[in-house]
Design a protein around this ligand. Structure first.
Ligand SMILES: Nc1nc2c(ncn2[C@@H]2O[C@H](COP(=O)(O)OP(=O)(O)O)[C@@H](O)[C@H]2O)c(=O)[nH]1
Ligand SMILES: [Mg+2]
Length: 199
């Protein structure tokens, strides 16, 4: 897949056309995790509402187009999100197709729901590798505002990160915004868009 398109020439100061050297890149980033862990809220927090949302009924999916400029290059991120809560079995291979990176979200809540969402990380990982192969994956441990951060035992998530070669994990709160930018930046770094020039 070609990611690079040269932007059309634009008019310079004297009306003479100058070459705009900025380039355009598009990436699909898939976000998975149990229902209600905060996937949609995280996207909204990160993009501050400056996204365009599309709904694909047949896939049980919605995606958010978010544009960002990095070093003069125009980066378009397409966050693919699960629509609804309990319809995971409707997810089709097309939901995952052409993902360049993925985020697995779980909740740090200290209850059955939180623990389940943690135990399901491997399930989501298996689905991702089945349909996407080995793509960069970052884990978001969300809802950190609901727990005492000093009491979090990181060892079990660290084991999973290591075992599955995830890029890392970030504690986030879509509610307070804590860690959110940092976590999404890790994804953008993972896309390593500069090196794709040679594709
Ligand atoms: N306290 C807290 N609530 C959150 C956080 N993220 C999401 N929520 C809430 O959790 C519920 C589910 O969030 P949602 O984004 O719809 O989850 P999704 O099903 O994974 O997309 C909503 O009521 C959110 O307001 C968070 O970081 N902290
Ligand atoms: Mg959602």
């Amino acid at each position: 897949m070609r990611n690079i398109m040269e932007v059309e020439k634009k008019k310079g100061i004297n009306g003479i056309r100058e070459l705009d050297t900025s380039r355009k890149f598009r990436y699909k980033v898939t976000i998975v995790g149990d229902g209600r862990v905060g996937k949609t809220t995280l996207i909204m927090k990160y993009t501050q509402g400056s996204f365009k949302k599309e709904y694909i009924k047949t896939l049980g999916a919605q995606f958010y187009t978010y544009d960002k400029e990095i070093n003069n290059d125009k980066i378009r991120l397409m966050f693919w999100d699960i629509a609804g809560q309990d319809k995971f079995h409707f997810l089709r291979p097309n939901f995952f197709k052409n993902s360049r990176a993925a985020i697995i979200v779980y909740s740090l809540e200290e209850n059955e729901f939180g623990r389940e969402s943690f135990n399901h990380i491997t399930y989501w990982y298996k689905l991702l590798t089945k349909y996407c192969g080995e793509i960069p994956i970052v884990v978001f441990a969300n809802k950190v505002d609901l727990v005492d951060e000093t009491k979090i035992n990181d060892s079990s998530i660290q084991d999973i990160v290591k075992k599955n070669s995830f890029l890392g994990y970030y504690k986030t709160s879509a509610k307070t915004g804590k860690g959110v930018t940092q976590a999404f930046n890790a994804i953008i770094e993972a896309l390593n868009y500069k090196t794709l020039n040679s594709e």
